[in-house]
Design a protein around this ligand. Structure first.
Ligand SMILES: Cc1cc2nc3c(=O)[nH]c(=O)nc-3n(C[C@H](O)[C@H](O)[C@H](O)COP(=O)(O)O)c2cc1C
Length: 399
């Protein structure tokens, strides 16, 4: 979901294209936006406020003073929104925008909005080509407002020409790219592995570890905030998976390996935070292993090293970040992994540091880069650690 947490006012005016505001509202909501619809009176001849209120999950506003005598505070609405999108925009409301007329709620919000304004004009070909319309569009464009379309095609009048409102999908795309345009990882695809893996012994037992997935989820969240397209390949975790990313759940080390091999070739980077099992039971018993008088020997086989596998697959335009959790000879072991797995940097956390490691909300790490460059971070929240790791990755990717 690319619009999580974004507050959007969807203004709808009296054009035949107003019916397209319903799918547009649905698309915006589907991307996680909080949508408040404001209609003009004329718009309600073309699309039902009931439809728009059901799709947006909020009552549709239209009047400055509602029937129950409450004031729909246009100033608050103008300050609430992160973006004001008027789709469709009629020639009449366009003219009001250009001159600063304020005779309905939608026009009042236009004047008080502090956020960016996007408009999708929709009208017949000749109306669109009229010098008055062209001039009005030029006026609002000069004010920095964003004009989407109109498109060329068949019009409601039966004519063919310019004036058709852009399709809802195109409008959605423009809104999404506006929000992510200035973010440092816009357009980048990054995979993150997180959590433990479970290696089955029999249908009821497995070998696992204490990883909670918190660090990987914090990194994935930070990457999403930076505008990246994130795929989170996570073993079984209790933590809530954040919105705005693609969650690929896996169970075993082998599942995680297969998912990474599948998704890495199209990624710009991968951050490997998962605590992947190094060994799995050599055989899987499809019946529960029975308790006996004797001790049980459980032969284990080595799993494939996922980070090292991706290190071999890595092209010169890709970046790979690993994690090392060590209990002794921390620096030496971490540097070994950095080189043998062809990583761009490795994040070392030591279980000897208080507040670091599994299950905690804090971590204390050292970022180790090639060429003996290290960044020692103090004990901080996992989300702050995540921001530091992501910042280092951004610097490498933009270097
Ligand atoms: C059937 C019909 C279709 C219309 N389609 C459009 C249109 O696509 N674009 C437009 O600018 N005006 C169109 N109009 C005219 C507007 O509805 C009219 O100018 C109205 O006052 C606009 O009010 P508003 O801008 O406050 O919503 C249409 C009118 C009718 C009756």
């Amino acid at each position: 979901m690319h619009l999580s947490g974004k507050r959007i006012i969807l203004g709808v005016t009296g054009s035949i294209a107003a019916y397209k505001s319903a799918p547009l509202c649905r698309l915006l909501k589907g991307e996680g936006a909080d949508v408040q619809v404001i209609t003009t009176r004329s718009a309600e001849d073309f699309v039902s406020p009931l439809t728009l209120s059901v799709l947006s999950g909020k009552p549709v506003l239209s009047e400055m003073i509602s029937e129950d005598n409450t004031w729909n505070n246009h100033i608050d609405l103008g300050m609430w929104a992160d973006l004001f999108l008027i789709a469709p925009l009629s020639a009449h409301t366009l003219s009001a925008f250009a001159t600063g007329t304020c005779e309905n709620l939608l026009q009042a919000v236009y004047l008080s909005a502090r956020c960016p304004v996007f408009v999708a004009p929709a009208m017949d070909h000749d109306m669109y080509l009229h010098p008055a319309t062209k001039q009005n569009l030029e006026v609002i464009k000069q004010r920095g407002q964003h004009i989407i379309g109109p498109a060329h095609g068949e019009l409601a009048s039966g004519l063919v020409g310019e004036g058709r409102m852009e399709e809802p999908e195109v409008i959605l795309e423009k809104v999404i790219s506006f929000f992510s345009a200035n973010k440092p990882l816009a357009g980048k695809s990054i995979i993150v592995t997180a959590g433990p893996t479970q290696e089955a012994i029999d249908p009821v037992r497995f070998i696992t570890n204490h990883s909670s997935g918190k660090m990987g989820i914090a990194i994935a969240t930070s990457l999403v905030e930076m505008g990246a397209h994130v795929k989170l390949i996570a073993g079984p975790v209790q933590e809530k998976i954040p919105a705005g990313l693609i969650h690929i759940p896996v169970i075993s080390a082998d599942d995680m390996l297969q998912a990474c091999i599948q998704h890495f070739p199209t990624a710009d980077a991968a951050i490997m935070t998962a605590a992947v099992a190094d060994y799995r039971p050599s055989t899987f018993s499809d019946k529960k292993v029975k308790k006996s008088e004797d001790d049980l020997q459980l032969p284990l086989s080595k799993t494939v090293d996922i980070a090292a596998t991706l290190g071999k697959m890595k092209t010169k335009n890709q970046f790979l970040v690993g994690f090392a959790l060590e209990t002794n000879d921390e620096m030496v072991n971490a540097e070994k992994k950095l080189n043998s797995k062809n990583l761009d940097f490795i994040v070392l956390n030591s279980l000897n540091d208080k507040g670091a490691g599994f299950g905690t909300d804090t971590n204390k790490v050292t970022l180790i880069f090639k060429g003996n460059k290290n960044i020692d971070l103090p004990l901080m929240s996992k989300s702050k650690v995540a921001s530091n790791i992501v910042e280092s990755l951004v610097n490498l990717m933009h270097a």
